[in-house]
Design a protein. Structure first.
Length: 585
């Protein structure tokens, strides 16, 4: 009797990883939702007996392990929890779905529309429940989708379709192949951000089918219908879930900076997909404008699609370049571009059907899914917010010079300050490594949040907090231990209006107009003239700020000081250094 009571109290989720529970729940929901959705024109999944029977068998295979843990199954029923038996129960559903895909090849153009949303969602649920490890399921599903996309324009041409229909099928094939190239190819090369993008795109297409694919002809695809492959993206994404989960588990506990760069890469790849989809939308619009006969009455819509498609490509390109150049400086640009893409995408939806089931997959991806992916990757992860530090919330590059985090000295350095660098201010790779490595720490620090920190006691300044973070990960022989008391003993810098630009600091005749005279410290091998001299080697400037803290304002005023060292000096919160940095404007 006690055994029965204990069995009834057992939890069906005991010992099951949460990711497996989520996977099985999503798979079961996909199978149930696929029943009322169309499998082909004129038939829903619930209308086909073989679809209903295979769905029940697949659901039993999914639920059986949890029922066994709860003590519901006994005797021979316990064999259902075996992994091999689970695959056998899922296989009939997959075979039925594949049979419909094969039958689509034998159909004629008049019967186009064999692949419905129910088939795509249900097959994705089965693949997700099977959870076959390794990249092979991803390769197989991607190859099937790619072959179908390539065959579609060929069949259209052989079937005697008009030139505009053939070109339209070719554009649709290019879109599908481009999505697979930007996601699956990178994912198979161990690119984790590509896996995230692939899964999000597949999930977005599945949700679009569930909510909008109930009966409109826009949500059917066929090898003879001019479009093939977009509705099957959830299947490819479901095949990639096991590998993506394993990589995510391996990344637990990784440094915050690496996690932040991974999410930035997700946003970059989402912008690349925006460029692809926007280009497709614009190309289809051009086709409609050239061949007006099949699209009579849609001139306004075609013009809007052309304008929106071009604007989306331009915005995505600029945002991608901004993130690749500097994730911190380009963050606001990327977020703003994603918001603008949402507005432009909604314009297409409204112009087409007033947000209804006539909208297509690519339009909803452009208006909702891809911008949401960018905004989620750039705004939600804590590691990305830590990477941004105290950067201005609006991302503006203008404003008062006293505002910390804007680094005006880096953007408005005097002309001729970066000799030996490329046009973006970077030094050659070998020299950059030799100079910056011992000075510039990892960007795990945060810049001061307000100017009032400059008036805090020196022992509790934000620069002290940053030094503790940086020193923990630096070799003891190379640690920089700035001594704030040396700077405090120096006379305050002379007051000078910020609006009047000083003469070039490299001229010795004007040095005393920018900085107060500094007495050389006995025994020090560095002098104020060396700290101010533009010909002083960059390696020496990096050593001066370590060995002679009282000369840091002079190094900050030196026109040859490289941006990374200026960045480090600006993070100290030293009023004398900040005043010297402002003179660089």
């Amino acid at each position: 009797m006690s055994d029965v009571v204990n069995a009834s109290r057992r939890s069906p989720f005991t010992g099951v990883p949460p990711r497996d529970v989520v996977r099985d729940v999503v798979a079961a929901v996909a199978l149930l939702v696929a029943l009322p959705l169309p499998w082909e024109i004129g038939h829903r999944g619930s209308d086909l007996l073989w679809v209903v029977l295979t769905t029940v068998l697949a659901l039993v295979a999914i639920v059986a392990p949890y029922a066994e843990r709860a003590g519901v199954l006994a005797g021979g029923w316990g064999r259902l929890v075996d992994p091999a038996t689970r695959l056998l129960c899922l296989m009939p559903y997959g075979l039925v779905a594949l049979l419909y895909l094969v039958l689509d090849v034998a159909r004629t153009a008049g019967d186009a529309g064999a692949v419905g949303g129910g088939l795509a969602v249900g097959l994705a649920g089965v693949v997700l429940a099977a959870a076959v490890p390794g990249p092979r399921p991803v390769i197989v599903s991607a190859v099937v989708v790619a072959l179908g996309a390539v065959v579609t324009p060929v069949l259209a041409m052989l079937g005697g379709a008009s030139w505009s229909a053939v070109v339209g099928a070719l554009l649709a094939a290019v879109l599908v192949l481009g999505v697979l190239w930007l996601t699956v190819r990178r994912f198979l090369r161990d690119d984790e951000p590509a896996g995230i993008v692939l899964i999000v795109v597949g999930a977005a297409v599945a949700l679009e089918i569930v909510f909008l694919g109930g009966g409109s002809a826009a949500w059917f695809e066929s090898l003879h219908g001019g479009r093939y492959g977009l509705l099957l993206l959830p299947v490819v994404a479901a095949a990639a879930v096991p590998v993506a989960f394993d990589r995510a588990a391996a990344a637990v506990g990784e440094p915050g900076e690496r996690s932040a760069h991974r999410w930035v890469a997700v946003a970059v790849q989402a912008f690349e997909l925006m460029m692809l989809v926007g280009g497709f939308v614009a190309a289809v619009a051009v086709l409609r404008l050239v061949d007006r006969e099949p699209f009579s009455g849609g001139l306004v819509e075609a013009v809007l699609r052309l304008v929106v498609g071009v604007l989306v490509v331009v915005l995505a390109l600029l945002a991608r370049r901004a993130l690749l150049r500097d994730p911190r400086a380009g963050h606001s640009t990327a977020v703003g571009a994603a918001c603008l893409v949402v507005v432009l995408g909604v314009v297409i939806l409204v112009a087409r059907a007033g947000i209804g089931t006539a909208s297509r997959v690519e339009e909803l991806l452009l208006a909702l899914a891809l911008p949401a992916l960018v905004l989620g990757a750039l705004l939600l992860p804590p590691s990305v917010r830590a990477l941004l530090g105290a950067a201005p919330a609006d991302g503006s590059a203008s404003g008062p010079a006293e505002t910390p985090g804007e680094r005006p000295w880096e953007a408005q350095a005097p002309a001729g300050s970066y000799q030996g660098r490329d046009e973006e201010g970077r030094r050659p790779a070998a020299e950059e490594t030799a100079v910056q490595q011992p000075v510039v720490p990892e960007r795990s620090w945060q810049e001061p949040a307000a100017q009032e920190h400059a008036d805090e006691p020196q022992g509790t300044s934000h620069g002290s907090r940053w030094r503790g973070t940086w020193a923990a990960g630096t070799d003891a022989t190379q640690q920089m231990a700035p001594v704030r008391t040396d700077v405090a003993e120096q006379p305050a810098p002379s007051a000078q209006p910020e609006s009047s630009a000083p003469e070039p600091v490299g001229h010795a005749a004007h040095q005393t107009q920018v900085l107060p005279p500094v007495a050389d410290v006995p025994g020090s091998r560095w002098t104020a003239d060396q700290a101010l001299d533009p010909s002083t080697p960059l390696e020496s400037l990096a050593v001066i700020v370590q060995e002679a803290p009282h000369l840091r304002p002079h190094v900050a005023a030196n026109p040859s000081t490289y941006p990374a060292l200026l960045d480090w000096l600006g993070a100290l919160g030293d009023p004398a250094v900040d005043a010297a940095l402002r003179t660089r404007r």
